[in-house]
Each structure stands twice: as structure tokens, then as C-alpha cells.
Design a protein around this ligand. Structure first.
Ligand SMILES: Nc1nc2c(c(=O)[nH]1)N[C@H]1C(S)=C(S)[C@@H](COP(=O)(O)OP(=O)(O)OC[C@H]3O[C@@H](n4cnc5c(N)ncnc54)[C@H](O)[C@@H]3O)O[C@H]1N2
Ligand code: MOO
Length: 398
């Protein structure tokens, strides 16, 4: 069912210039249209010669900077001085580094030591030939990928459109920073956690709304969320999805047209979770209501929301990398369901080692400020002991 939603929800494509494409997802396979390098070039500052067996002295016809062309052909006994990256003139088949040459006079060089025909020539198409695959659809345009495309002459690239993520927080106990807070209220840290996570993972255009879960305001809040949802490709919220009296997110989602796909998942933390989809005339909008507990929300972002967001923006590889780690210390909890424990991965004696956070609870505010990995302890496993090997999901942006 999620597969159906995701297959229909993918955003469209657009053509953009490389200078604004960093971090975007390619929607086309890029092939070389010409060979690279496009001419025979020198890897050194030196002399391009018309090689002749046994000859040590050559007459230098000209000096060329990189990018300059020598129009005539270089014949027997002749050479051209050129710089690193310079094109070999016709008739030259060998390059001699300038350190391997003595100047006999202004116009003549003498080669010291052995030289072989063909030395130091980078051939045309050494790296790629016309038609060779260079970049694949669904990959992220890194700085390196863009330089490859530009180096091969591309002036525009077809990429997936930016996702419009509408993010919602829920709860009357939440106040924004610098606002007055009574003794039982807390600051709305998830608003900042998710704005930051979305930005860190390259999801740029983010609307934000807050639901008070106060019944006097519900109708107006539903109307505002409905109107914001018209611009959204995906909706994510934290809080208000459990069984509390004021947990109103599933109701709000249903009121704005979402069909429920699930309302709980068997993992901890993050079991409080709502998944649904809004089917509109022109598109399907996936809806993810995540747990309000900050650490549960952080885990659920990486494990549930991020793969969905990546898939929606056309990425091929949507999951985070995993590495097997040695547990630095034991955990004492039983595991009635799959558990993802926040912690840090570092290398000790070359061995990836996972250290669980001392307070790895669903409600921990501070966990997301420290964790760079989540250890996976499967359902039914005994409490994880120090020294055992554990599968660990790496949170790569840190
Ligand atoms: N009787 C039961 N109670 C609970 C169950 C259950 O099955 N039966 N499930 C528990 C689990 S598991 C979790 S997780 C929480 C999740 O509840 P919600 O997702 O509805 O989240 P809230 O109740 O709204 O908030 C939980 C917690 O997180 C704080 N929070 C919420 N939003 C923010 C925010 N934007 N910034 C910072 N902190 C936030 C909120 O104040 C609460 O402390 O339910 C259990 N209860
Ligand atoms: O959903 Mo809760 O985070 O499992 O503690």
C-alpha cells in the first residue's frame, strides 16, 4: 500500500543550470557526448617532441600556454614547449618533462636520460568516450557530480522538482523560544529539530504550522492545515498521535481527506505513529504523523520519514548506510519489539564501536544532540551485551 502511494506521489522534473543544482536529484542518465580529454594532452610542464630514436637535441619552434593551439605540424627533430594540460601539436608523440632537459641555446634543447616514444601523453578519451554513462538518474548532484557534468560540456541538467514539506507540531504544552512559559509547558524543540533535519538532508521548501489540540480552535486549525496542504507534496507532524484525550492528529488528517494506512508500528521508540495518504485530483500526498517525544521523533524521522522523502524526490538509494559495530557497553532492556538505540559510532583500534547514550529514552530531549547512529536490536533478542556485534544505522550528515 505504501508502495502504491509512493509510486503515485513522486514529484515532476525540471531543467536547471548546474550552478544551482547542488544537492538536487538527477532525473536523467548523463552520458558523455564527447571524449574526455577531447585532445591529446601533456601531464607536465615540458616539451612535446616528434620522437626520433637516438636523437637527443631538438629545435624548439614555439612556446604554448595551456589552451593555446600550435597550428602547424611538428616535424623530425622539432619540439614545442608546452604547459601542464596543454594540447600536443600534430606531429608530436612524446612529452619530456622540463626537468629532464638542458637548454643548449635559445632555440635548442638537449634531453638528459632515457626517453621512450609515447612517454607522458594523455590520449584522447582516456577517461570516457562518447556515449559512456557518467551519472545515473536518481543520484544526488554532489559537487563532484556537477563538475563532471560541466567538464563534459553540460549547461543544464534535468532534476526532480523540490519537495514541498508541510511540517506540523501538536500540543498545548508547547511554546516557541522567547515566549512566556508556565510551569508545565516546554519549548517547542521539535519545530527546530525538524526544520534542521529537513534542511540538513536537503529538503528546502518547508511550510510550518502548529496545532494547539484545544477543541475551541480545532475547526480553524483544520481549515488552515487544509489550505496549507494544497501546496504540500508531503505532510509530517510530531505529537498528538497516541491515545491521549487531546491527541488530535489522526482526526485532523482524516478531516483533510487522509485515508489511514496504519496507526501504530512495532518498533521502539517511535511506536506511536500514523501513516496515511490524501488523494487529490492531481496528486497523492503521503501523511506521516510521528511521535511527539523528541528522541522517538528523531529516530522516526531517519527510519520512516527520510526514506519516504528521498523516494518522493526521485532518489534511488533511500536508506541510510549500516555498519556492524562492537558494543562498547551492554544494554539491560528486554526487547519485546524491534528497538533502535541512540548512540555514537567511533573507531577504536580500527574497529567500529557503538556506545549507547546513557539515557536513550523516547522522551529524551538531549539524545538528538549527541547521537550519530542508531543500533538495531531485533525483537526477541536478549539484552545486548558489551562486546557483541550489533547492526548500526549511520546518521550520515553528522
Ligand atoms: N496510555 C498510553 N499512553 C501512551 C502510549 C500508549 O500506547 N498508551 N504510547 C506512548 C508512546 S510509545 C509515546 S511515544 C507517546 C507518544 O505520544 P504522541 O505522539 O501522541 O505525542 P504527545 O503525547 O503529543 O507528546 C509526547 C511527549 O513529547 C512532547 N512533545 C510533543 N511535541 C513536542 C515538540 N514539538 N517539542 C518538544 N516536545 C514535544 C510532549 O510534551 C510529550 O512530553 O505516548 C505515550 N503514551
Ligand atoms: O512511540 Mo514511543 O516513542 O515507542 O515511546
Amino acid at each position: 500500500m505504501w508502495a502504491d502511494v509512493l509510486n503515485h506521489a513522486t514529484v515532476g522534473t525540471e531543467s536547471i543550470r548546474p550552478d544551482i543544482a547542488l544537492g538536487r536529484i538527477l532525473a536523467e542518465d548523463v552520458h558523455a557526448v564527447e571524449p574526455y580529454p577531447p585532445f591529446r594532452k601533456s601531464p607536465f610542464d615540458g616539451y612535446a617532441i616528434h620522437f626520433e630514436e637516438g636523437r637527443t637535441e631538438y629545435t624548439v619552434l614555439a612556446t604554448l600556454g595551456a589552451g593555446e593551439v600550435y597550428a602547424k605540424s611538428v616535424e623530425k627533430g622539432e619540439a614545442v614547449r608546452l604547459m601542464t594540460g596543454g594540447a600536443l601539436p600534430d606531429g608530436c608523440d612524446t612529452v619530456v618533462m622540463q626537468e629532464s632537459v638542458n637548454a643548449v641555446n635559445d632555440k635548442t634543447i638537449e634531453i638528459k636520460g632515457a626517453v621512450h616514444q609515447g612517454d607522458n601523453v594523455i590520449p584522447i578519451g582516456e577517461e570516457c568516450s562518447p556515449g559512456d554513462p557518467i551519472l545515473t538518474a536518481g543520484s544526488v548532484l554532489t559537487a563532484g557530480a556537477m563538475s563532471a557534468a560541466v567538464g563534459l560540456g553540460r549547461t543544464d541538467l534535468t532534476v526532480y522538482k523540490d519537495l514541498h514539506v508541510l511540517f506540523i507540531t501538536s500540543g498545548r504544552e508547547l511554546v516557541m523560544p522567547a515566549k512566556a512559559r508556565n510551569g508545565a509547558q516546554i519549548y517547542n524543540s521539535n519545530a527546530y529539530l525538524f526544520a534542521g533535519l529537513l534542511r540538513e538532508y536537503g529538503f528546502g521548501q518547508t511550510g510550518y504550522m502548529h496545532v494547539t489540540d484545544n477543541s475551541d480552535e480545532t475547526e480553524e486549525e483544520i481549515a488552515r492545515i487544509f489550505s496549507a496542504s494544497l501546496e504540500a507534496d508531503v505532510i509530517i507532524s510530531t505529537g498528538g498521535v497516541s491515545v491521549g484525550l487531546f491527541d488530535s492528529m489522526p482526526h485532523i488528517y482524516e478531516r483533510i481527506g487522509a485515508k489511514k494506512l496504519y496507526d501504530r508500528i512495532t518498533m521502539r521508540p517511535g511506536s506511536a505513529s500514523f501513516g496515511g495518504a490524501i488523494e487529490r485530483k492531481d496528486k497523492i500526498i503521503p501523511v506521516l504523523g510521528l511521535s511527539g517525544n523528541p528522541s522517538a521523533a528523531f529516530n522516526a524521522f531517519h527510519l520512516i520519514a527520510l526514506p519516504v522523502l528521498r523516494r518522493l524526490r526521485g532518489e534511488k538509494d533511500v536508506t541510510l548506510p549500516e555498519v556492524n559495530c562492537r558494543m562498547a557497553e551492554g544494554l539491560h532492556k528486554n526487547n519485546p519489539v524491534d528497538r533502535f538505540v541512540q548512540g555514537t559510532v567511533c573507531f577504536i583500534d580500527g574497529m567500529p564501536t557503538f556506545s549507547p547514550l546513557s539515557r536513550a529514552t523516547a522522551g529524551s530531549l538531549l539524545g538528538p544532540s549527541k547521537a550519530n547512529a542508531l543500533a538495531f536490536i531485533p525483537k526477541g533478542a536478549p539484552p545486548a551485551a558489551a562486546g557483541m556485534t550489533v547492526r548500526t544505522v549511520l546518521l550520515t550528515v553528522k
